[in-house]
Design a protein around this ligand. Structure first.
Ligand code: GLN
Length: 488
């Protein structure tokens, strides 16, 4: 049998169509690999073994009857805040530990319709709040490149699973960098689509004006294939936008010639990690050699993105998470004398420390007397950040920046200092505040052998420009970058 580990979706689907392998072969191979290797990194928190094998057999029947499709028979993992009908969706929290979803998320329906095989659910920071996957109820996920370091977060499980060759691709969600930063830390590709491009129906809400589901995979092409399958308007999500989904495959081979690539000067500041800076500037050189024009641009409100995000995201979270009261969903404390006590005990016992911190922060900034000073002001600065991007995209097709200020950090390094943890999001959260799409692409390794990604950002609904620049960059890259894998 051919080697089925670290095979991109585009390669697997050719092998499937030609009959060289069956979907069941691939699925059983990965399930076995997960069983052997997952204990070392804790990337998957639940397997959907039986339904995965059933899905694979179903896909094999379809292939035998002459059907084809880029995802038909391809195994994929799903972050555990995306609902699967009759499956448990924990969101990495004790609060939802036993919560069985009565319906599937739109993205899951779409993946299933495309014939994908859902392998299982991946680890994450509790309620997607974190940058290191250390706040999970089910224990931290570890970075397969060095298990003393974090995989990033909050989609750490999805990133680690792909990087460890446990699945060719996974879905993540990105509210403030949660797809792109773990992709950078784990040496894979991660795409946050434009806000409204992908339905959020069935995604457990963290900060509804920022949340977006997106693909994580081995290649830029694979993320385009998945976006193609999951994008589009959904009447069940009123913020999903009803504009046509272009054929993303077209942009993959257009090359960077003629593109204008902006380097925002606020992202290349004194004190940033020198190795990261060198890798990102190398990527700029590579794009220039491939025919792109490099220009310095300015996004003057960048420095306010962290404080603005950490007002708006907790504000929305405090409102969204008020539904977990022991009555409607999930965990209920069983030793309370009154209803009020039951609410309090449920939330005290059901949520971890970071989630409580966010709820308190959010409730504070929304409270009478502080609303104008914090929440309203943050919303006004958010508009200035949106305008920064609008101005930049008058001159550039894409912006090139680091995805994270450093390579993966050590487990426990930032857990005592939430501010330090929040500052790790400095290059990713402005993108969510503006709603624009961005991708993280592996670009090199630190001297300690840890992967480093670069981020490309495009204007609203201009994912084609992202795919074009990212795929062009991928072609210029030292082949070692895509061929090197962690040894577990
Ligand atoms: N690290 C950010 C936070 O903790 C982003 C999380 C996310 O994108 N879900 O809020």
């Amino acid at each position: 049998m051919p080697d089925l580990t670290y095979q991109p979706i585009a390669v697997l689907s050719k092998k499937l169509a030609s009959g060289e392998v069956s979907s069941k072969d691939i699925t059983l191979h990965l399930l076995d690999r997960i069983e052997r290797l997952n204990p070392a990194i804790n990337a998957f928190i639940r397997m959907e073994k039986e339904s995965a094998v059933r899905d694979a057999e179903e896909a094999d029947k379809k292939i035998a009857s002459g059907k084809s499709g880029p995802l038909l028979g391809v195994p994929i993992a799903v972050k555990d805040l995306i609902a699967i009908e009759n499956g448990v969706t924990t969101c990495g929290s004790r609060m939802l530990e036993n919560f069985v979803s009565p319906y599937s998320a739109k993205v899951v329906e779409k993946l299933r319709k495309a014939g994908a095989v859902i392998l299982g659910k991946t680890n994450m920071d509790e309620f997607a709040m974190g940058s290191s996957n250390e706040t999970s109820r089910f224990g931290p996920c570890l970075n397969p490149w060095n298990t003393e370091t974090v995989p990033g977060g909050s989609s750490g499980g999805s990133a680690a699973a792909v990087a460890a060759g446990l699945c060719p691709a996974a879905l993540g969600s990105d509210t403030g960098g949660s797809i792109r930063q773990p992709a950078s830390f784990c040496g894979i590709v991660g795409l946050k689509p434009t806000y409204g491009r992908v339905s959020r129906f069935g995604l457990v809400a963290f900060a509804s004006s920022l949340d977006q589901i997106g693909p994580m995979g081995l290649t830029v092409e694979d993320t385009a294939i998945i976006l193609q399958a999951i994008a589009g308007h959904d009447p069940m999500d009123s913020t999903s936008v009803d504009i046509p989904v272009p054929d993303y495959s077209e942009s993959l081979n257009e090359g960077a010639r003629g593109m204008v690539v902006g380097l925002p000067k606020e992202y290349y500041v004194k004190g940033m990690d020198e190795e990261v800076r060198a890798i990102v500037l190398n990527a700029a050189d590579a794009l220039e050699k491939a025919g792109a024009k490099i220009e310095e641009v300015s996004l003057p409100y960048t420095e306010y993105a962290v404080p603005v995000y950490y007002v708006i995201a907790p504000a929305e979270a405090s409102s969204n998470l008020s539904r977990y009261d022991g009555v409607k969903y999930g965990y209920r404390s069983d030793h309370s004398a009154t209803l009020e006590e039951m609410y309090a005990n449920t939330r005290t016992e059901g949520f971890g420390a970071e989630v409580k911190r966010r709820i308190m922060l959010g409730t504070y900034v929304l409270s009478a007397g502080y609303y104008d000073d914090y929440y309203l002001k943050a919303q006004k600065v958010r508009t200035l950040i949106i305008n920064d991007f609008k101005d930049a995209f008058k001159k550039c097709d894409v912006l090139l920046t680091p995805a994270a200020p450093t390579p993966a950090f050590k487990l426990g390094e930032k857990t005592d200092n939430p501010l330090k943890m929040y500052l790790n999001d400095i290059f990713t959260i402005n993108v969510n505040l503006a709603g624009v799409p961005a991708i993280s692409v592996p670009a090199g390794f630190s001297s300690a052998g840890m992967p480093v990604g670069v981020q490309m950002i495009a204007d609203n609904f201009n994912e084609p420009a992202l795919f074009r620049a990212a795929a062009a960059f991928e072609k210029t890259r030292d082949p070692e970058i895509s061929q090197k894998h962690p040894s577990l």
